[in-house]
Design a protein around this ligand. Sequence first.
Ligand code: PMP
Length: 430
Amino acid sequence: MEKGKSKKIFEQAQLSIPGGVNSPVRAFRAVGGEPVFMESAQGAYMTDIDGNSYIDLINSWGPMILGHGNPLIADAVTDAVKRSLSFGTPTAAEVTMAELICSMVPSMDKVRMVNSGTEATMSAIRVARGYTGRDKIIKFEGCYHGHGDSFLIAAGSGAATMGEPDSPGVTKGTARDTLTVPYNNLEKLQEVVHENKDQVAAIILEPVVGNMGCVPPIDGYLQGLRQICDDHGIVLIFDEVMTGFRLASGGAQELYGVKADMTTLGKIIGGGMPVGAYGGRADIMDMVSPKGPVYQAGTLSGNPVAMAAGLAMLGYLHDNRGLYVQLESVQQIITGGIRTNMKRLGLNYQINAVGSMFSLFFTETPVVDFETAKTSDLTMFGKYFNAMLNRGVYLAPSQYETLFLSTAIGEAEMEKIIAANYEALQEIHS
Ligand code: PMP
């Protein structure tokens, strides 16, 4: 596989962009390789600047659930561009968008548009703090909520102690207000909630985690969280930036039948454009400026081109709910194929999957939280990633990222993925 042009431009990129990329995971550091630079994409395939084509299993980290170049979205965007790229005034499309989101995610009475998932989560915790008059938030080890300071916090020594900054530049003062507990463990959470009685504004989590690889909630976990929040007046925030409109048209909350007080959205909501949103119960969202005292704003929020893309995407998903059944069956065929391959090769690695999200972990230990995710053999994963890339399958370049399927993946692609998986597993074990 020729990669000369990607190699050359990556060298050039590092002179003017930190690490040569605009988001760290793209640099392939975790898999011991150099990134390939893409030029175009259509349907299930991306093509790089050297002319190699890949079946896309990240789909822009989630947004491209209908595959690339969907004419419905492209036409809506083209039409919007002709009217204006941005007004900085309200537009009717924003109202349609808000109504559509609230109709698809029933726990959301009101919603505010922003420009990324990071903005959505940062804003949501500010509102939860404003609403409760409390400072602390609880998050879960291995969950990712964007790069807001309050989320770049590692667990301190012992769950009861305050967190530690997880990146230079995050202050100890900020870390003090973020408590981190293990995912899928209600007892530990109960302890921390009791130790910080009347101080916790919000519990925020990925209802199905994508950011330690795919890790589903164990039975009753989300219901247990709901109960703890009700008992203690804590705002329950589901970060559905990944899972929203992906696992069901109403997100993970529809799939698991648990209502959040607030929800953060991103990725699919913009159809590939930079969009995020946060919303929830009317009494909480009415805290947001200019209705209420909690400040939050954005020059390009509700941008007309982004709204056009999002409306086309969400409208389609709203009207085609059967698509989630189709996506899940594609997942089951692929994960079933991988399981059969592993059996033939005498391997017993773990596969986690929910709907169109799945991960293959290079460990024999069931993965239910970050501790168990970390039992995965990262060297093996790196080799596997590169073996798949060389066979034309583009995976997430980190063990701690889920894969995302699109409706553009058909029989031919499934066969190619399963065949490539067999060869790759065989190669890395030879
Ligand atoms: N929350 C979750 C669950 C995410 O997966 C991500 C991004 N992968 C974010 C928030 C941040 O979104 P963005 O990258 O758009 O800022």
